[in-house]
Design a binder for this molecule. Structure first.
Ligand code: GDP
Length: 141
């Protein structure tokens, strides 16, 4: 059993897509271990996306991620990291496979509705950034 970390980004929360996106996760076999709504500070968004610090879109990305509330979740399944990346679809919604969250809901390459960890190592780091051990008691494995 594996866990991954997900964010429903501000554009998804703003457009009232939380229920339908959590539903897509559950339908794909990703169990919701825990979930909560938060509003990231600029500092938190900068820290979370620190790997992208040198990219030209970093400022825009940080601005967007703290522009409104987001829904963070821990998801569990066998191969959860890869499974959720497949469900999200490509970063650019124009390139995302049909039926993926980004193909269905994303507005642009920046406002692309969801984040998902890209490796098991990053999943552990990102889960630890937003959740305490006591919030993850519902995990199976
Ligand atoms: P992901 O793993 O599919 O989310 O993609 P990346 O790790 O490459 O990028 C992280 C996030 O930065 C993406 O989900 C987008 O929100 C944002 N991003 C990536 N490329 C661009 C871009 O060219 N322009 C803007 N504005 N944002 C981007």
């Amino acid at each position: 059993m594996e866990m991954t970390f997900s964010i429903i980004k501000p554009d998804g929360v703003r457009r009232n897509l939380v229920g339908s996106i959590l539903g897509m996760m559950e339908s794909a076999g990703l169990r919701i271990v825990t979930t909560k709504m938060i509003h990231m500070s600029r500092r938190e968004a900068e820290q979370f996306y620190a790997v992208h610090k040198e990219r030209p879109f970093f400022g825009e990305l940080v601005e967007f991620m703290c522009s409104g509330p987001v829904v963070v979740s821990a998801l569990e399944a066998p191969n959860a990291v890869v499974k959720y990346r497949e469900l999200m679809g490509a970063t650019d919604p124009k390139k995302a496979d049909k039926g993926t969250i980004r193909a269905v809901h994303a507005l642009s390459i920046g406002e692309n509705t969801v984040h998902g960890s890209d490796s098991k190592e990053n999943a552990a780091i990102e889960l630890g950034f937003f959740f305490s051990g006591t919030e993850l008691v519902n995990r199976a494995g």
